[in-house]
Design a protein around this ligand. Structure first.
Ligand SMILES: [Zn+2]
Length: 423
């Protein structure tokens, strides 16, 4: 039975008639609403102009808000630019673009109490079918409340013609589900975090479908790009159904968020989300490879002089890694930082007791070389140096991004075992 949020994204269209179906949908569902179309300078020529033409021909009033500039973010500035240009009163928002345009439109329309529909221009992220708004506010990336699009209309030709790096990034975001799901299983095993086997299986199947077509995705064959789009949408629906991002976001996403926050803090142009996630997935696959090399006896020994999950000295680590954001991170991470000695001992004992099951989870993750090989076939970069971050920030992302969330992931486990300092 579909979950109510999922049922509200109806229809999800991927095809050559997507724009004409969008026009019919607007006429049928929202006959009285004027349309506010949000795009940027690239997506307006890729699809926005055509969408506006089709909607106008169908008799709709269309007001277009075109965001200029290359380095657009779903942050205070991006939100303010759309909000100040938005009309007063009722309107149907149409987001024509990839992740950032969609996230900005999702949040602004949500806060204005107006519906929105998504017209993706690339298979670049899983965030089209999403209810939450990942926003960078005061330098910290978090998921804020939002709304799902009422419908999604992706034109096959447009998404197949998207720049190769966008499609490759979508593959990176999707490949990240391998480590997300392993981390999700680890959270259930060690900390009894909420889990859903059917949703995990569905997200895994979405990854498998695309891995099987990785070469065709690398060649941007239209059918394969559609498969990638469907898989990304499906993992988005998995998050909506589960009510949290766990099915599609683990340590690899936390590392990516850390890097992105560092890029913004340093005034750099940010790298594509999926590109960062792909690179981070190979790193987290390395965490699992390290775990696979340990026996319960090794783990017991490492835990004897373990790095505690929660204890004061970690505040110094957080301050060094997060600089001006440290107070916020320390406040958000209180649950872990304030663990009692007793709670820490209980977690450590469980890790040792359940080590065989930890190994079973670790065996679901391919080695880092295999992850890199898949990314390369899809045309995605694998070298962290390409992100242009200073080396200390790259390393801090790998070692300290686990402080961004109170979830038990492979990064948390490696931190406990003292393995992250040598990565
Ligand atoms: Zn993602």
């Amino acid at each position: 039975m579909p979950n109510p949020a999922q049922a509200t994204i109806d229809p999800i269209v991927v095809g050559n008639d997507a724009f004409s179906r969008l026009a019919s949908y607007c006429v049928e569902r929202y006959p009285d609403l004027p349309i506010t179309l949000i795009a940027d300078t690239r997506t307006v020529s890729a699809a926005g102009n055509e969408v506006a033409r089709v909607l106008t021909r169908a008799g709709r009033t269309v007001r277009s808000i075109i965001l200029r500039g290359d380095n657009l973010h779903a942050d205070e500035l991006g939100l303010a630019r759309v909000l100040t240009a938005s009309p007063y009163g009722p309107s149907l928002f149409v987001a024509v673009g990839s992740g950032t345009i969609t996230d900005i439109t999702r949040y602004v329309s949500f806060r204005l109490g107006q519906p929105f529909v998504s017209v993706p221009t690339a298979s670049s992220v899983d965030g089209f079918a999403s209810i939450g708004s990942p926003l960078v506010i005061e330098g910290v990336k978090r998921t804020h409340a939002g709304q799902t699009p009422r419908a999604i209309f992706a034109d096959s030709t447009v998404i197949a013609a998207a720049p190769a790096i966008l499609t490759a990034s979508g593959f990176g975001d999707l490949l990240g589900k391998i480590t997300s799901i392993a981390d999700w299983r680890l959270g259930r095993l060690i900390r009894d975090e909420p889990f859903d086997e059917a949703i995990a299986a569905r997200a895994t199947a979405a990854v498998d479908r695309c891995v099987a077509q990785v070469d065709a995705i690398g060649r941007r064959e239209p059918q394969a790009v559609e498969t990638l789009f469907h898989a990304l949408t499906d993992t988005g629906l998995c998050m909506i159904e589960f009510g949290e991002s766990r099915p599609a976001s683990g340590a690899e996403h936390h590392i990516s968020h850390f890097w992105e926050m560092a890029m913004l803090r340093l005034g750099m142009a940010t790298a594509l989300h999926g590109m960062q996630v792909g690179i981070a997935t190979a790193i987290v696959a390395g965490f699992y490879q390290q775990l696979r090399g340990l026996t319960a006896a090794n783990v017991s020994r490492l835990l004897a002089d373990r790095i505690p999950l929660g204890e004061h000295p970690q505040e110094a680590e957080i301050r060094a890694a997060y600089g001006p954001l440290a107070d916020t991170i320390i406040r958000d991470h209180a649950e872990y930082l304030e663990f009692s000695a007793n709670e820490q001992t209980m977690i450590a004992e469980r890790v040792v007791e359940r080590w065989d099951e930890v190994l079973e989870i670790a065996h679901t993750v391919p080695g880092p070389e295999e992850v890199k090989s898949l990314l390369t076939k899809a045309g995605a970069p694998v070298d962290p140096a390409l992100l242009n971050l200073p080396p200390d920030q790259l390393a801090a992302g790998i070692r300290r991004a686990h402080y961004l969330r109170t979830r038990f992931t492979s990064a948390k486990l490696c931190h406990m075992l003292g393995l992250l300092e040598t990565v």
